[in-house]
Ligand binder design. Structure first.
Ligand code: PMP
Length: 447
């Protein structure tokens, strides 16, 4: 039973889930992307809940892939979007419009140091494309360093930064080197951040010309399975990279806007100030929006050519983005993430003590990973079991994400209005136990 929720979805008269699915398969191209075995047709959303065509309610513990930061159809954000849409949806950034400046000012106010120049784009991939271009122009080097297990986008340059093979095509990678990611659970150096940093130094010394353009990292690896970087890693790496002439880029596409609870930006959990910060997803609560924030000095490399983006900073997206920033502050979402997140992580850690299938529980705030293994010592990924549980959770009305290198990590990254009750009552804490029994007793329906 999910926690009570006072909201009535509208009657739905659209096509059935199967019809929608058939159309999607026919017209939207093939992909390895994981659908539920029984297609799920979402027709409405309210805060941390989604509704299918029958009116059934689901707890959304994945937030449209960590995107719906403040909740589905949040009234303040809807209001800001609607009011702006009635006046002007789009003209061009060749003309002035106050929404883009207001939003840029509010965003810059959230950044530390000299990170005060904002560029708006439409997605995370675009943000990382622009960041990489800036780093290369600024340093005069092409050589980028990214980490294994990283996801930074699917566009032709960012796919080179990404290092997860299910997303990769055999295409030119373009001067990108991947260092070992400092994964405290699976990494060869455990949670010793300085050893992984040494690997970056070695890589620069032996694998590059010695002068690099930049280093990019998610401050918690998202698609890679909510992998928190070993403590101290970024501080050491930023020093190393800057000594090699490079700039440091923090990809905050998943970790920004208070989601980690302890800090507004993920990079602050490692006590560093990047040279370039990229963001998307949660910035627009579902609107297509991304941004790059950097210093005036780095931004100056773009001054001699036209840097232009037709939709980036469009008035409707800017009004929506500004409303998101205001909601996060007004509703104290960062503190909320810290409280609910630590409650959730504690509950999961308790569960881990009792169930061997849970190899690792990790994360911060409402960015949580649960890694399932068939053998704790060997850390053999419990791929089949994860797939079964994923389906069964959906049957129970709980939608989670799946990820990690082996697809054996549940990613719990709900809208930031997710409550302790959602974590307790709706959550799979109780069910995981029964589901595990099902697996042990060989009752897996989906294998
Ligand atoms: N960076 C990170 C950390 C991401 O998680 C993603 C998307 N999963 C991207 C970049 C790319 O964003 P988009 O899909 O909006 O292009």
């Amino acid at each position: 039973q999910l926690p009570p929720f006072d909201y009535q979805p509208r009657p739905y008269n659209g096509p059935s889930a199967d019809e929608v699915f058939q159309k999607r398969k026919k017209f939207l191209g093939p992909s390895l992307f994981h659908f539920y075995q029984k297609p799920l047709n979402i027709v409405e959303g309210k805060m941390q809940y989604l509704f299918d065509e029958t009116g059934r309610r689901y707890l959304d513990a994945f937030a449209g892939i960590v995107t719906v930061s403040c909740g589905h159809c949040h009234p303040d954000i809807l209001n800001a979007i609607n009011e702006q849409s009635k006046l002007l949806q789009h003209a061009t950034t060749i003309y002035l419009h106050h929404a883009i400046g207001d939003f840029a000012e509010a965003l810059a106010a959230k950044m530390p140091g000299n990170l005060k120049v904002v560029y708006f784009v439409n997605s995370g991939s675009e943000a990382n494309e622009l960041a990489m271009m800036m780093a290369r122009l600024y340093t005069g080097s092409l050589e980028m360093i990214s980490m294994r297990n990283a996801y930074h986008g699917g566009s032709s340059n960012t796919i080179g930064l990404t290092a997860l093979n299910t997303w990769k095509y055999p295409l030119p990678q373009g001067e990108i080197h991947h260092v070992v990611n400092p994964d405290p659970y699976r990494g060869v150096f455990g949670s010793d951040g300085s050893m992984y940093a040494k690997d970056v130094q070695d890589h620069i010394d032996y694998g590059t010309s010695g002068k690099v353009a930049g280093f990019i990292a998610e401050t918690i690896q998202g698609v890679g399975g909510a992998v928190e970087l070993a403590p101290g890693y970024l501080k050491s790496v930023y020093d190393i990279v800057r000594k090699a002439g490079g700039v440091c880029i923090a990809d905050e596409v998943q970790t920004g806007f208070g989601r980690t609870g302890s800090h507004y930006w993920g990079f602050q959990t490692q006590d560093v100030v990047p040279d370039i910060v990229t963001m998307a997803k949660g910035i627009g609560n579902g609107l297509p929006l991304g941004a790059v924030v950097t210093t005036p000095e780095i931004a100056s490399v773009l001054a001699t050519k036209i840097q232009f983006n037709t939709f980036g900073g469009n008035p409707v997206c800017s009004a929506g983005g500004l409303a998101v920033l205001n909601v996060i502050d007004k509703e104290r979402r960062q503190t909320h993430c810290a409280e609910v997140g630590s409650h959730l992580i504690q509950r999961l850690k308790d569960l881990q003590k009792r169930h061997d299938i849970i190899g690792d529980v990790r994360g911060r705030g409402l960015m949580v990973g649960i890694e399932l293994v068939t053998d704790r010592k060997d850390k053999t990924p419990a791929k089949a079991e994860t797939a079964v549980l994923f389906e069964q959770l959906r049957e129970l009305g709980i939608l989670v994400g799946k990820g990690g290198l082996h697809g054996n990590v549940f990613r719990i990254k709900p809208p930031m209005c997710f409550t302790k009750d959602d974590a307790d009552v709706g959550f799979f804490l109780i069910y995981l136990y029964y589901l595990q029994l099902n697996i042990v007793e060989g009752k897996m329906q989906y294998l």
